[in-house]
Design a protein around this ligand. Structure first.
Ligand code: TYM
Length: 331
């Protein structure tokens, strides 16, 4: 019998348009891994409502995100691509796992602390228990690997802890997942303020995958650097330039030394224009293909319907095991 391929699960919230950060930190790796692994790539709309969304926008962005996944090169034949809320087992497992997660553990999550500060007037229980739902996403499919950016590492580690604890109480039930974090691009910083992560909630410092070329060029032109002139990687003293070098390398596949040599003796103006150009060329085919796919709603509907069916079959197997182990009477 052929050994089972290792499995991958990852997802992105449709809480805003997809950014260069999510592309470089996550999606690029998803594409690279799709041949070697059995992959599930999800649009985590249930996570998105942990902060308030405009319903029509959420619906639109969910579909756009699917089109963008495909446009990035993810093949719906090879991968299971689906919308989280279409597979009710995520919410069901999340409830059970929440009963094996400590209040203290969730209180220590840095993303919760950040978001609670940003949305101080709306700190919901959902925002607090968000990492439990994320653990359910991963554990339902017995994923071995979770390709994410640096900021999600803590959540994947918590997921491992929850899984280990459950396995310890009830015997082996869940595969313990490993985070898979890229060497280059794991943490893309804001172009306007390189001390902060590039994020959809800061549109000025953020490049969106669907931005027009002129918009991308303008954002890079305005990127914050420093008052030195050397294009050199030094995250501590030259965070703006270092971030641009990272983006350049992630977009072109060059290594840091080659990029530094290329821009030796050239000014920041030239350098920023070249980084912008590299990103424009990387995003151009993706944006055009996503646009084309968005014109074919029937196709997209077929992809997410089939994805949900295939995902449910896998998810139900795990959920049934879990319900039995904790002592629920079989339905
Ligand atoms: P989200 O939607 O905030 O981000 C999606 C993915 O993009 C990565 N990312 C970045 N990488 C590098 N630089 C950046 N500036 C940057 N911004 C975002 C994130 O690390 C992430 O990989 N909780 C998750 C979604 C999720 C999930 C899951 C992920 C829900 N369930 C199960 C993996 C497995 C989140 O909010 O990601």
């Amino acid at each position: 019998m052929e050994a089972r391929k290792k499995r991958i699960f990852s997802g992105i919230q449709p809480s805003g348009d997809l950014t260069l950060g999510s592309y470089m930190g996550a999606i690029r790796n998803w594409v690279a891994l799709q041949d070697e692994y059995d992959c599930l790539y999800c649009i985590v709309d249930m996570h998105a409502i942990t902060v308030r969304q405009v319903p029509a926008d959420l619906r639109r962005r969910t579909l756009e995100q699917l089109a963008q996944y495909i446009a990035c090169g993810l093949d719906p034949q090879k991968n299971i691509m689906f919308i989280q809320s279409h597979v009710p087992q995520h919410a069901e497992l999340s409830w059970v796992l929440g009963c094996y997660t400590q209040f203290g553990e969730l209180s220590r999550m840095t993303q919760f602390k950040d978001k609670a500060q940003k949305h101080a007037d709306n700190i919901t229980a959902g925002l607090f228990t968000y990492p439990v739902l994320m653990a359910a996403d991963i554990l339902l499919y017995q994923a071995d690997l979770v390709p994410v950016g640096q900021d999600q590492k803590q959540h994947v580690e918590l997921c491992r802890d929850i899984a280990g604890r459950f396995n310890g109480v009830y015997s082996d039930t869940f595969t313990l997942p490993e985070p898979y974090i890229p060497k280059m691009g794991a943490r893309i910083m804001s172009l306007g303020n390189p001390a902060n992560k590039m994020s959809k909630s800061d549109p000025d410092g953020c490049v969106f995958m669907m931005d027009e070329p002129e918009v991308i060029a303008r954002k890079f032109k305005r990127a914050v650097t420093d008052c030195d002139t050397a294009v050199r990687y030094d995250m501590e003293n030259k965070p703006g330039v270092s971030n641009l070098l990272t983006i350049y390398c992630a977009a072109t596949g060059k290594d840091l030394a080659a990029a530094e040599a290329e821009f030796a003796g050239r000014g920041y103006g030239d350098f920023k224009a070249a980084v912008g150009e590299a990103v424009i060329e990387q995003m151009r085919p993706i944006r055009e293909e996503a646009r084309r796919l968005l014109g074919d709603k029937a196709y997209l509907e077929g992809v997410y319907r089939e994805g949900a069916q295939r995902a449910q079959a896998l998810a139900e197997r795990t959920l049934r095991k879990v319900y039995k182990k904790v002592g629920f009477v079989a339905r």
